[in-house]
Design a binder for this molecule. Structure first.
Ligand code: ACO
Length: 326
């Protein structure tokens, strides 16, 4: 029986669109290369001076309005992100202040692209063991803040955004059924940002060396993403005693259409039951699942009572899957 359920959802992406044609003018690439390798046509990017808290607050406000819950009723805020406005305070505290959610306990959670599913599970744990009643779970990233716009291997992949859900007690039928979270730090060197922490602080020399941008072994990440997402989805279904054929909608992390297709194929999921919006947003990291979830809910693709499976993979490595009755 589920113990917590989604009461409302929201999303926010920047207005500014960066198309593949725009990228053709910035690095040695083509629309055809990007589209055929990734499925991405365009992504949204923030203007200078906009940090994650602005997008996260907008997504949260929409989720609160959708849920019919006031900010003062929120007692827990978790923001899954690796690109908070600042090293500290936590972006969750900045969102708390902007919302006026004065009663809330607020903190950030770092699990890269898996940040939203990790945060969902942590929120459920705190709600069921520590008495929290109304939680805001936000997944958001401004990955373009750590993109090297001269590196064609990475700069074509990412976009900015945030998605949010309001959680409350389950009605007994709907809600989070099961989550499966994993990580393996042995692979930390395949996808990371070396220069934004205590090891390589942003000294002029480190910034000059571009240590503050994303380093990625694309092929290895691709390979691990497919096997790990397959494992997570298999395990979450097994542990919940649910067959893949019973899933009404699969929401995979939107990193790359080829990863999504490879995973969907392994579960015989027909195209119409797999949510894809990577062509419009690129990889928004922790935001990708909650943005897709909100789009699916608001467009009617996801109906009350539907069974949704979510699956993700990201830096760490971290990977996760979740099953929810909507
Ligand atoms: N435009 C044109 N050519 C490019 C570009 C570009 N933007 N980027 C790389 N290339 C070149 C490479 O230099 C390489 O050239 P070479 O053969 O002369 O060396 C060639 O294209 C082919 O590169 P591959 O690595 O074989 O391309 P692949 O088919 O693996 O696609 C990609 C690369 C898109 C990065 C893919 O590996 C991928 O998507 N990996 C997963 C990365 C990812 O999603 N990371 C996000 C974080 S983790 C997550 O969210 C799942």
């Amino acid at each position: 029986k589920p113990q917590v359920m989604v009461l409302g959802s929201g999303r926010a992406v920047p207005e500014k669109v960066l198309t593949n044609a725009d990228l053709e003018k910035m690095v040695d690439t083509t629309d055809q290369w990007i589209l055929s390798r990734t499925g991405i046509r365009e992504r949204r990017i923030v203007e200078p001076g906009v940090g994650l808290s602005e997008l996260a607050t907008a997504a949260a406000q929409r989720a609160l309005a959708d849920a019919g819950v006031a900010a003062e009723e929120i007692d827990l805020i978790i923001v899954g992100t690796v690109t908070g406005d600042m090293k500290f305070p936590a972006t969750a505290c900045l969102v708390q202040d902007r919302l006026g959610a004065r009663r809330a306990t607020a903190f950030d959670l770092s699990a890269a692209c898996s940040g939203f599913l990790y945060s969902l599970q942590v929120a459920q744990g705190l709600m069921t063991t520590a008495g929290y009643r109304r939680a805001l779970v936000i997944g958001g990233d401004v990955l373009t803040s750590m993109v090297n716009w001269e590196d064609r291997d990475t700069c074509v992949l990412f976009g900015d955004g945030a998605g949010a859900v309001v959680l409350g007690p389950s009605d007994g039928e709907r809600g989070l059924l099961h989550c499966y979270l994993r990580s393996d730090g042995a692979y930390s060197g395949l996808l990371y940002n070396p220069g934004c922490g205590s090891l390589n602080p942003p000294t002029p020399e480190n910034v000059r060396e571009r240590l503050n941008s994303i380093v990625m072994n694309g092929r290895e990440v691709f390979r691990h993403a497919v096997t790990s997402m397959t494992e997570a989805l298999t395990r979450v279904l097994e542990e919940a005693g649910i067959a893949a054929g019973d899933i009404d909608l699969l929401i995979p992390h939107q990193a790359n259409l080829r990863i999504i297709e490879a995973v969907s194929k392994r579960f015989d999921m027909p195209q119409e039951r797999v949510y894809v919006n990577v062509e419009r947003y690129g990889n928004t990291s922790a935001a990708s699942i909650p943005i897709a979830f909100d789009e699916a809910r608001r467009s009617g693709v996801l109906q009350p009572g539907n069974l949704v499976a979510m699956v993700t993979f990201g830096g760490g490595f971290t990977w996760a899957a979740g099953l929810m009755r909507c």
